[in-house]
Design a protein around this ligand. Structure first.
Ligand code: ZN
Length: 569
């Protein structure tokens, strides 16, 4: 008995002394290549030979032992490899070539990879290329591609993304075992691009969460995530078939957004006058100077023909036209009568020539005259002039604002002079407190013509599109059952199918069908929110939560209900 206890104790001690090791991951980089060339800046060994490049092909080879008339069995698909000395070797049938990691990464096409590469022929008579490396190094090639660390550069959001990606891979190791690897490298699994997209902030997020996964009942969860949920995530079973206790609908909200008040000392009621004031344009001489064109003074006469000639010659000096009058009319600068208030004409010139240099961004932070905006996905800092002209855009109107509040996520049109904003127009974020309001796709709209609708429903074999009816919506308002009606039948479809059918960014939408007087369909507009399937972690929501001070654990426990974080190694 004592011996047994001792033995068990010893076993326990041995196990305790050896923490579980970090797993190795095999990623299928390609599984259908006709040829593949592998290079490295430092030599690597292939078939006992040192080389800096190896070009693989799948070729039809004749069995060298075959004699006399050839039978089908004498013809075999074999893999050949050419090294940098020009020697070509035919590899034994069924062999796998493994290249251990040299000092510099192995390169394939325009990508480079940590770890080892394996190449082998497959049953489709093409080449499969597998990258094998430790899991944490694999994540360095995944996390920055699944959540852009430049646009969404919040460390806690990236840590949440790192845990989600690590959890995904823990659960899906061996998914493609029959193909000779664990996971693919595309968005059908997780996007993996090797070393060239690695990013210091994303790597820091991986290092700081090393070995941590999200578990439910002690097992790694199915850590689904999508870009922008549009305000509320959806229950898994409404989008996919499987019901999971931790993938349930949740409001994409952390703390109620703090209003960010602003004031300005100047206001001009008419925004077009505001544009001219900021540009310091009161006459044609100013306008030409603002556009960097040679100054030609003011028009000598104001009759339509003279105005048209003056405008064309001053502002479009390089345009050759038979008629200045028809040119300025076609450009939408002057009406055929050529009579327009001078301010309006000056505004139109600036506008048509895009001279005001409007930029567009999403408001991320605002404090003491400093504004942080996402401009084309890049975070940028600006000062806002104390007398900046600020307008709120409502439909086509622009209302002058001396004071007001923002909450972040507002879409802002602005001009910047050497990093300072003298004028901006913001679109109110309709009291949308969702943590993912910083996404450009938090709100979207797409129009489809009748022809596009008919093409979209062709695969359903119900004739031409006549109507669409939402039968049931989920907790997030996503239509989870939709009937599509055609001239020759009707079909009821699930959320993802509708999204694919009409090529929508998300299945969260409402719609408006346009009809002619006879009731025939002319087109349809889809008004939507979000981007992705809307189940599990909302990535832009994770960014918004991190901005509001959430930790990665807060973020993960928000989107995955009832989970525990576990450090596996
Ligand atoms: Zn969200």
């Amino acid at each position: 008995m004592r011996q047994l206890i001792l033995g068990a104790l010893l076993l326990f001690l041995t196990a305790a002394q050896q923490p579980p090791a970090e797993p190795t991951v095999r990623i299928g980089l390609t599984q259908n290549a006709a040829t593949v060339t592998i290079r490295s800046a430092t030599p690597f060994t292939i078939q006992q030979k040192s080389t800096k490049s190896a070009a693989f092909s799948s070729v039809l080879a004749i069995d060298p032992s075959a004699s006399g008339p050839l039978a089908k069995a004498d013809l075999q698909f074999r893999v050949t490899v050419e090294t940098d000395d020009g020697a070509i070797r035919v590899l034994p049938a069924g062999s796998r070539v493994r290249i251990e990691a040299p000092a510099a990464p192995l390169e394939i096409d325009a990508r480079a990879y940590r770890g080892a590469i394996e190449v082998f022929g497959n049953s489709r008579r093409t080449l499969t290329v597998v990258n094998e490396l430790p899991l944490e190094e694999y994540l360095r090639g995944v996390v920055p591609n699944e959540l852009n660390p430049v646009t969404f550069g919040q460390i806690e959001a990236l840590k949440a993304q790192a845990v989600a990606a690590r959890t995904y891979i823990q659960r899906n190791l061996g998914q493609y075992r029959n193909e000779g690897y664990d996971v693919c490298a595309t968005d059908a699994c997780q996007v993996y691009f090797g070393t060239l997209t690695e990013d210091p902030l994303a790597t820091q997020a991986i290092v700081e969460t090393r070995g941590v996964v999200a578990t439910y009942d002690g097992r790694p969860i199915n850590a689904l995530y999508s870009s922008t949920c549009g305000g509320r995530t959806e229950d898994a079973e409404h989008i996919f078939t499987e019901k999971l206790p931790y993938l349930v609908s949740t409001a994409c909200e952390f703390k109620h957004p703090k209003p960010l008040p602003f004031t300005t000392s100047r206001s001009i009621a008419n925004w077009k006058e505001g544009v001219l004031a900021v540009a310091k344009v009161t006459n044609f001489t100013d306008a030409a100077r603002f556009m960097g064109l040679p100054e030609r003074g003011e028009p000598a006469a104001t009759d339509p023909a003279s105005m048209a000639a003056f405008v064309r010659q001053t502002f479009y000096p390089n345009v050759l036209t038979a008629s200045d009058a028809s040119f300025v009319t076609e450009q939408g600068i002057l009406p055929p009568s050529a009579s327009l208030p001078r301010e309006e004409l000056l505004f139109r010139l600036l506008d048509k020539k895009a001279a005001f240099d409007w930029q567009q961004g999403v408001l991320v932070a605002w404090d003491a005259g400093k504004m942080r905006l996402l401009v084309g996905g890049q975070p940028k800092e600006f000062a806002v002039a104390p007398d900046a002209l600020i307008y709120q855009r409502v439909g086509d109107e622009r209302l002058p604002m001396r004071e007001g509040t923002w909450i972040g996520g507002e879409l802002i049109d602005f001009r910047a002079d050497a990093g300072t904003i003298p004028m901006l127009v913001y679109r109110i974020n309709f009291a949308n407190p969702a943590a993912d309001r910083y996404s450009r796709l938090a709100l979207w709209q797409v129009h489809k013509t009748k022809a596009e609708l008919d093409t979209a429903v062709r695969s359903l074999a119900i004739g031409e599109f006549t109507d669409l009816r939402v039968i049931q919506r989920g907790a997030s308002e996503r239509p989870i059952s939709t009937e599509i009606i055609g001239t020759a039948g009707r079909r009821t479809l699930a959320a993802l199918r509708v999204r694919t059918l009409f090529s929508l960014r998300d299945s969260l939408f409402s719609y408006d069908i346009e009809r002619n007087a006879a009731g025939g369909v002319i087109g349809a507009t889809f008004f939507g929110r979000g981007w992705g399937h809307g189940v599990g972690m909302c990535q832009v929501g994770a960014f918004g939560m991190a901005l509001e001070g959430a930790t990665y654990e807060d973020i993960l426990k928000k989107y995955y209900k009832g989970i525990e974080l576990k450090k596996l190694y």
